[in-house]
Write a protein that binds this ligand. Structure first.
Ligand code: AMP
Ligand code: ZN
Length: 114
Protein backbone atom coordinates (compact mmCIF):
# COMPACT_ATOMS: atom_id res chain seq x y z
CA UNK A 1 0.00 0.00 0.00
CA UNK A 2 1.25 3.46 -0.84
CA UNK A 3 2.46 5.57 2.05
CA UNK A 4 2.70 2.57 4.35
CA UNK A 5 6.13 2.53 5.94
CA UNK A 6 6.15 -1.25 6.50
CA UNK A 7 5.09 -1.91 2.88
CA UNK A 8 8.05 0.23 1.85
CA UNK A 9 10.34 -1.74 4.15
CA UNK A 10 8.90 -5.01 2.74
CA UNK A 11 9.70 -3.82 -0.81
CA UNK A 12 13.19 -2.68 0.21
CA UNK A 13 12.37 0.96 -0.52
CA UNK A 14 13.25 1.90 3.05
CA UNK A 15 16.24 0.14 4.64
CA UNK A 16 15.83 -2.11 7.63
CA UNK A 17 17.99 -4.38 9.71
CA UNK A 18 16.65 -7.68 8.37
CA UNK A 19 16.58 -10.75 10.55
CA UNK A 20 14.55 -13.06 8.30
CA UNK A 21 12.88 -12.91 4.91
CA UNK A 22 10.90 -15.22 2.66
CA UNK A 23 8.29 -14.63 -0.05
CA UNK A 24 5.52 -13.89 2.48
CA UNK A 25 7.20 -12.59 5.62
CA UNK A 26 9.84 -10.11 6.71
CA UNK A 27 11.38 -9.73 10.16
CA UNK A 28 13.58 -6.78 11.09
CA UNK A 29 14.94 -5.05 14.16
CA UNK A 30 12.75 -2.39 15.72
CA UNK A 31 14.33 1.02 15.18
CA UNK A 32 13.55 1.97 18.77
CA UNK A 33 14.16 -1.20 20.79
CA UNK A 34 12.61 -1.46 24.25
CA UNK A 35 14.33 -4.76 25.08
CA UNK A 36 17.76 -6.18 24.13
CA UNK A 37 16.01 -8.29 21.49
CA UNK A 38 13.19 -6.38 19.79
CA UNK A 39 12.19 -7.68 16.39
CA UNK A 40 9.13 -6.94 14.27
CA UNK A 41 7.59 -9.69 12.17
CA UNK A 42 5.29 -8.59 9.35
CA UNK A 43 3.45 -10.14 6.43
CA UNK A 44 4.68 -8.62 3.16
CA UNK A 45 1.03 -8.34 2.16
CA UNK A 46 -0.58 -5.17 3.51
CA UNK A 47 -3.03 -6.08 6.25
CA UNK A 48 -3.96 -3.09 8.38
CA UNK A 49 -4.38 -4.84 11.71
CA UNK A 50 -5.60 -8.04 13.35
CA UNK A 51 -9.11 -6.67 12.76
CA UNK A 52 -8.52 -7.01 9.02
CA UNK A 53 -7.32 -10.61 8.97
CA UNK A 54 -9.53 -12.80 6.77
CA UNK A 55 -10.00 -16.58 6.59
CA UNK A 56 -7.78 -16.60 3.48
CA UNK A 57 -4.92 -15.36 5.72
CA UNK A 58 -5.08 -18.41 7.99
CA UNK A 59 -1.98 -20.08 6.51
CA UNK A 60 -0.02 -16.83 6.49
CA UNK A 61 -0.76 -16.23 10.17
CA UNK A 62 0.27 -19.78 11.04
CA UNK A 63 3.50 -19.24 9.12
CA UNK A 64 4.14 -16.03 11.04
CA UNK A 65 3.81 -17.88 14.34
CA UNK A 66 6.26 -20.57 13.20
CA UNK A 67 8.63 -17.84 12.00
CA UNK A 68 8.45 -16.18 15.41
CA UNK A 69 9.38 -19.48 17.03
CA UNK A 70 12.35 -19.95 14.68
CA UNK A 71 13.60 -16.38 15.14
CA UNK A 72 13.40 -16.74 18.94
CA UNK A 73 15.58 -19.83 18.67
CA UNK A 74 18.10 -18.10 16.39
CA UNK A 75 18.23 -15.13 18.73
CA UNK A 76 18.85 -17.55 21.62
CA UNK A 77 15.91 -16.36 23.68
CA UNK A 78 13.76 -19.49 23.34
CA UNK A 79 14.88 -21.17 26.53
CA UNK A 80 14.68 -18.15 28.81
CA UNK A 81 11.49 -16.96 27.18
CA UNK A 82 10.15 -13.91 25.47
CA UNK A 83 6.94 -11.99 24.80
CA UNK A 84 5.04 -11.58 21.55
CA UNK A 85 2.92 -8.43 21.27
CA UNK A 86 0.41 -7.24 18.72
CA UNK A 87 -0.98 -3.76 19.20
CA UNK A 88 -4.37 -3.46 17.49
CA UNK A 89 -6.16 -0.20 16.85
CA UNK A 90 -6.23 2.99 18.83
CA UNK A 91 -6.84 1.61 22.31
CA UNK A 92 -4.25 -1.08 21.59
CA UNK A 93 -1.65 1.60 20.88
CA UNK A 94 -1.06 0.65 17.24
CA UNK A 95 1.04 3.32 15.56
CA UNK A 96 1.94 1.66 12.27
CA UNK A 97 -1.16 0.53 10.40
CA UNK A 98 0.38 -2.61 8.92
CA UNK A 99 -0.01 -5.83 10.92
CA UNK A 100 3.11 -6.61 12.94
CA UNK A 101 4.14 -8.73 15.86
CA UNK A 102 6.79 -7.57 18.32
CA UNK A 103 9.20 -10.20 19.65
CA UNK A 104 10.52 -8.87 22.96
CA UNK A 105 13.26 -10.67 24.84
CA UNK A 106 16.77 -10.72 26.20
CA UNK A 107 15.77 -9.57 29.67
CA UNK A 108 13.30 -10.56 32.34
CA UNK A 109 10.03 -8.80 31.60
CA UNK A 110 7.46 -7.76 34.17
CA UNK A 111 4.59 -10.11 34.92
CA UNK A 112 2.00 -7.43 34.18
CA UNK A 113 1.10 -6.88 30.55
CA UNK A 114 -0.07 -3.31 31.09
P1 AMP B 1 3.19 -0.21 17.15
O1 AMP B 1 3.09 0.81 18.25
O2 AMP B 1 2.83 -1.60 17.59
O3 AMP B 1 2.47 0.22 15.89
O4 AMP B 1 4.72 -0.33 16.84
C1 AMP B 1 5.36 0.24 15.76
C2 AMP B 1 6.82 -0.05 15.95
O5 AMP B 1 7.48 0.20 14.72
C3 AMP B 1 7.50 0.82 17.01
O6 AMP B 1 8.08 -0.03 18.01
C4 AMP B 1 8.57 1.58 16.21
O7 AMP B 1 9.77 1.76 16.93
C5 AMP B 1 8.77 0.69 15.00
N1 AMP B 1 9.22 1.35 13.80
C6 AMP B 1 8.70 2.47 13.21
N2 AMP B 1 9.39 2.77 12.10
C7 AMP B 1 10.35 1.83 11.95
C8 AMP B 1 11.38 1.59 11.00
N3 AMP B 1 11.57 2.38 9.94
N4 AMP B 1 12.20 0.52 11.19
C9 AMP B 1 12.03 -0.29 12.25
N5 AMP B 1 11.07 -0.13 13.17
C10 AMP B 1 10.25 0.92 13.04
ZN1 ZN C 1 1.56 -1.84 4.56
Amino acid sequence: MEDCIFCKIAKGEIPSSKVYEDEDILAFKDINPVTPVHILVIPKKHIESLNNVEPEDEKLLGKIILTIKNIAKEQEISEKGYRVVNNCGEDGGQEVKHLHFHILGGKKLGTKIV
